[in-house]
Design a protein around this ligand. Structure first.
Ligand code: AHR
Length: 337
């Protein structure tokens, strides 16, 4: 039982502290034998984490949060696998964690579909699976223990509300839409939010739409194509900050103006540190927050499970939006990512 691990770990820590206390006195410190250090290593809770990749500032902040939380000092052994945006690699990682008999498997899924088989194998091995950040679609909800992440559809609706406030509902708008990785919850929810806005506001048209896969490089490439094709773009609805940075490079090179007082209004997502700096500078008009600091949230779930409690099956993170007209330096200073 994992609870035994916690007790052993706490007892081990006490013994260590006593040893250190006696060490501060006159005598030499008792040596830790290889057997004892082996026991301490065995007492760690093993967490296999399959991460999407390193495609964005958001993702790096998310990885950092997990690494800072699941440390040996906190009682964990973290096995982190970067899938480089490949679902195949993520499935491989889940299978490896299952074969290694990890205590918990944590997955930040690249797409929503296609997880049932690998998760069934983890379930058969009795390993709880925690889904984090994006969501999965499954025929059987018992294949994962719980999920914590963002309400991406709500993020899209928040962005649309900003556009409605800025332009009014009867405005004629030509919208360029840069999508994230296709099939990911972040893309699906934010796209659905925009679609609902377009259906409601009959003068709004999505003139151009393409995926930049949440990366700066592809964001730039897609925007270059769009700018060559269309003379009139009123709004760039960009599904993350990194693609917005790439799009800005493309607009700079094409001598097109953007942001506050510019030709193209930019609506972005994530509100990372760099994204908020661009918002304060007036380059991004509206930046909808997506919070990546999931390490402590996942740990809280594991603590509950270790204590024999049942965590909430689904938990949404509270998020806000930043407007170039009202953002302050204080908002940026308070940003942990
Ligand atoms: O799933 C969260 C999204 O993934 C973030 O918006 C994006 O930057 C990241 O790559």
């Amino acid at each position: 039982m994992k609870i035994v691990k916690w007790i052993l770990l706490a007892a081990g820590t006490c013994c260590l502290m006593l040893s250190l206390a006696s060490c501060s006195g006159a005598g030499p410190a008792p040596a830790v034998t290889p057997d004892e250090s082996q026991t301490e290593a065995n007492n760690l809770i093993t967490v296999g984490f399959s991460q999407v990749g390193a495609e964005s500032d958001w993702r790096m902040a998310n990885t950092k949060s997990m690494k800072e939380t699941f440390t040996e000092a906190n009682g964990y052994k973290l096995i982190l696998k970067d899938a480089q945006q490949s679902q195949e690699k993520q499935i491989e990682a889940i299978r490896e964690f299952t074969a290694q008999k990890a205590d918990y498997i944590v997955v930040a899924p690249v797409t929503e579909e296609g997880w049932d088989e690998a998760l069934q194998e983890a379930k058969d091995a009795g390993i709880p699976v925690i889904i984090v950040d994006r969501m999965i679609k499954t025929s059987d909800d018992s294949l994962y223990t719980c999920w914590v992440g963002s309400d991406f559809r709500k993020e899209g609706e928040t962005a649309v509300a900003c556009m409605e406030n800025a332009f009014g509902s009867d405005a004629e708008l030509s919208i360029a839409h840069l999508q994230g990785s296709m099939g990911s919850s972040a893309q699906i929810g934010r796209t659905e939010g925009l679609q609902a806005g377009v259906s409601k506001n009959t003068g709004w048209n999505v003139t151009a739409r393409d995926s930049g896969d949440f990366t700066q490089v592809k964001g730039k490439e897609v925007m270059e194509r769009i700018l060559k094709q269309y003379d009139r773009i009123d709004v760039l609805y960009c599904e993350n900050d990194n693609m917005a940075f790439g799009a800005m490079e493309a607009m700079d090179e094409a001598d097109r103006t953007y942001g506050v007082g510019g030709e193209i209004t930019i609506v972005s997502f994530d509100a990372t540190h760099a994204g908020l700096v661009a918002t304060l500078e007036g380059k991004i008009n509206y930046n909808v927050e997506c919070n990546p600091l999931h390490g402590p949230r996942v740990e809280e779930i594991i603590r509950q499970l270790e204590a024999g409690n049942t965590p909430n099956k689904m938990a949404y993170v509270d998020e806000t939006v930043f407007d170039a007209a009202t953002i302050t330096q204080g908002d940026i200073d308070a940003r942990a990512y």
